[in-house]
Design a binder for this molecule. Structure first.
Ligand code: ASP
Length: 439
């Protein structure tokens, strides 16, 4: 079994965390390629090394002195090196970094040093080769990521290496200019390595035991999801559930490589396995519940709307012309409702309303803000009768008025719209009925 293992920043924030990681890697011979993040927070008020680097570089750009700030960053690494008893020094690296910062090496170069240095420490600790991601993760001259060349470079470079450390988050253009992915991008790097080496599994180690059925800030002690399909994950991520960078999914999904989200602080937990498809039913009818606040709804009413050809198109055109994305669109016979993100809509509100009036001359337009959408997601729904009934009876018992219902045609999810003040109690009521009592 060939595995690629990616460790997030909190898993590598201190020597103590590094030791846990070392144990995890040594425990399974299949864990051959290691993709580390930069050291993250050791405690809640701590600062991630990536943020320290951005800040330090900003100071350099302003022409101010950076020695103190760089020293603090160096201390973070030294603490790890000392804690691991390594005879290894990053002194030369820091000298070069200081010089490059002063010469304006770029924000991306600055941020990437977090992973670069952590990768070196990790390689020294494990006693395996270090591969600079700048050599194998390729961006084009205009800064777009080049997946085909990257795949070739990684597989070529790793073909005769049994084990290696490849830092996450960055790559480079052909001329060597370093480019980073967006924040949290080490997840993407891990996925790219897994694809290139034809891994059997991509393990993504973090500080939670996988995806939880519901947001733990709303439902205390929520159970975690054992197995989830990529499609279900997409639905839940759209609604705000986040553990993994969204762009990390595509490379491995294409190759049919499952992702296993694991917890460095609780390696005995199985975490969540993300797969293309499975015949394993989830324990409950639903796989997960996720929701987002901050939607507005625009309901457009016009008698005989249903027979007016092109009505919907004209309304949608207004939103397109104003650059506002439509999230959902439930409709009635003489009404159509458009759900949009409130903050994107607010600033263009009056312009959009007058454009709609001009385009379709409606009888009435009603606006409602402060709405929340909740997605109840589960592949199990397709084969289970009465899911919608259970949802609505749970919400009715909790005295929650449902403003909108949308069942996707894949029968993978049901989305309900509720008022902002009912948002949390709605999620709790749904968790209760599907997971706790399983009525
Ligand atoms: N270190 C980077 C960040 O803080 C990338 C990552 O950790 O994935 O966003």
């Amino acid at each position: 079994m060939k595995k690629v293992v990616k460790f997030g920043g909190s898993s590598l924030a201190s020597a103590e965390q590094f030791k846990k990681v070392g144990d995890i890697i040594r425990e399974d011979q299949g864990r051959r390629y290691v993709v580390p993040s930069a050291p993250g927070k050791r405690f809640s008020k701590d600062i991630k090394v990536t943020d320290m680097l951005y800040d330090c570089y900003e100071t350099a750009v302003e022409g101010k002195e950076i020695s103190d700030k760089l020293e603090k960053i160096q201390e973070r690494y030294q603490e790890i090196i000392d804690g691991l008893d390594l005879k290894f020094s990053l002194k030369d690296d820091f000298e070069l970094i200081e010089e490059n910062f002063r010469n304006g090496a770029g924000r991306d170069y600055a941020a990437s040093r977090g992973e670069f240095l952590n990768g070196k420490v990790m390689a020294a600790y494990l006693g395996i080769p270090f591969i600079d991601a700048a050599e194998v993760v390729r961006f084009d001259d205009d800064g777009t990521f080049n997946d085909a060349v990257t795949n070739e470079l990684i597989s070529e470079r790793l073909s005769d290496l049994d084990r290696a450390v490849i830092p996450g988050f960055y790559g480079a253009k052909e001329d060597g200019t370093v480019v980073t992915f967006s924040r949290g991008g080490s997840d993407i790097s891990g996925s790219l390595v897994a694809l290139a080496v034809h891994a059997d599994l991509y393990e993504n180690w973090t500080d939670v035991s996988g995806f939880l059925i519901a947001d733990p800030r709303i439902v205390r002690n929520s159970k975690s999801i054992e197995i989830i399909t990529y499609k279900e994950l997409r639905e839940l991520s759209y609604m705000g559930a986040s553990v993994l960078h969204e762009d990390a999914i595509f490379p491995v999904r294409k190759a049919g490589i499952p992702i296993n989200i694991r917890n460095t602080n609780a390696p005995q937990d199985k975490g969540t396995l993300i797969v293309e498809s499975t015949c394993r039913q989830s324990k409950y009818t639903i796989t997960g519940i996720a929701g987002t606040d901050g939607f507005a709804a625009i309901t457009i009413e016009k008698a005989m709307m249903n027979s007016e050809i092109g009505f919907c198109r004209k309304v949608l055109q207004v939103f397109e012309d104003n650059g506002v994305s439509i999230e959902h669109m439930p409709s009635g016979i003489d009404t159509m409702t458009i759900f949009v993100r409130k903050d994107a809509f607010e600033e263009k509100e009056q312009k959009i309303l007058s454009d709609i009036n001009r385009a379709v001359n409606p009888d009435h337009i009603e606006l409602e803000s402060d709405l929340a959408l909740i997605a109840i997601v589960g592949r199990g729904m397709k084969s289970t009768r009465g899911t919608a009934g259970r949802i609505f009876s749970a919400l009715a018992h909790a005295h929650i008025n449902v403003k909108m219902i949308d069942q996707g045609s894949s029968e993978l999810n049901i989305i309900v719209g509720v008022r902002h003040e009912d948002f949390k109690s709605a999620i709790r009521a749904l968790y209760e009925i599907f997971v706790v009592t399983q009525l």
